[in-house]
Design a protein around this ligand. Structure first.
Ligand SMILES: Nc1ncnc2c1ncn2[C@@H]1O[C@H](COP(=O)(O)OP(=O)(O)OP(=O)(O)O)[C@@H](O)[C@H]1O
Length: 268
């Protein structure tokens, strides 16, 4: 089970550079007990945003990376054998409901269908979590908030949320930051100089223009930060671009050659 909890109360909020009014929208949703859905490509800042907001609001955060094996019990909890006794162990969603925390379901479309059913009574004004196994019906503690994200891109054409699920969330669309902001993020995250950050960001823009033709998904801000981190640590610029911004995008030798040509054109 791929879940971890972090209690961030009192902790400094991690760096997040806002793109639009997402901070205000999230705060308004939090004030009014509304669940939030973040849509956008991989590595564009959704998780960082949620971590930042949890710290800002002083609420603990439970993050669950959803996958196609994730079941309702992984979220809610299960009976486990401990020292010869059977004990109930809360899952991350139940813990968040009890503690008034934020529960963040990353890539929620990957989760099995029985998971979305669990979310329904939690995401309307009932705010309850029925736990069939224990017979409990938990009322969400003040502060509980459900946040989910998904990537509506190419590979998810067949995987999407049912209207009855998606129409329970306030939703915001995220995308890669505009060049100037992405440069600031890359500098901040990696410690690289402005000039080379600008170069990497310009290259990322060119690579993103190939999305849909040659590439399934444009290069993420995460990968640009990786490349910059390697360069800041002393790696040759071309090598860092190759391992962090080209190889992760495709396995196709022809496409890779095309991308390498693009790099030469951008770097001059
Ligand atoms: N607005 C931003 N402010 C600060 N850092 C950002 C921002 N956008 C992107 N980043 C950087 O990009 C990295 C990847 O972002 P993040 O992990 O939030 O992606 P994501 O959208 O949640 O991706 P996934 O859907 O794959 O989980 C972050 O670790 C951070 O370095």
């Amino acid at each position: 089970m791929n879940a971890h909890a972090e209690t961030r109360e009192g902790a400094d909020a991690p760096f997040y550079l806002p793109q639009r009014d997402e901070v205000a929208v999230f705060e308004a949703a939090a004030r009014n007990d509304l669940p939030v859905l973040l849509k956008g490509p991989t590595g564009c800042g959704k998780t960082r945003f949620v971590t930042h907001m949890a710290a800002r609001l002083g609420r603990p955060l439970y993050t669950v990376a959803c996958h196609d094996d994730l079941s309702a019990s992984d979220l809610i909890g299960r009976y486990l054998l401990k020292g010869g006794e059977t004990v109930w162990v809360d899952g991350p969603l139940t813990r968040a409901v009890r503690e008034g925390a934020i529960c963040y379901l990353d890539e929620v479309v990957e989760a099995r269908k029985d998971v979305t059913v669990v979310l329904h009574p939690l995401t309307d004004d009932r705010r309850i979590l029925p736990i069939d196994r224990t017979g409990e019906e938990l009322e969400a503690a003040p502060g509980f908030m459900l946040v989910a994200s998904y990537n509506p891109g190419y590979q998810n054409i067949l995987k999407t949320l049912k209207p009855s699920t998606r129409q329970r969330f306030v939703a915001m669309e995220f995308d890669f930051p505009p060049p100037e902001q992405e440069r600031a993020i890359v500098v901040q995250e990696s410690g690289i100089d402005e000039r080379r950050a600008a170069l990497l960001v310009r290259l990322a823009g060119k690579l993103r223009a190939l999305k849909g033709q040659d590439l399934e998904e444009g290069v993420s801000t995460r990968l640009v930060v990786y490349a910059a981190t390697l360069v800041a640590g002393g790696m040759d610029l071309n090598r860092a671009i190759s391992v962090a911004m080209i190889e992760p995008l495709t396995d196709d030798a022809d496409i890779k050659r095309g991308l390498a040509d693009l790099v030469v054109a951008v770097l001059g």
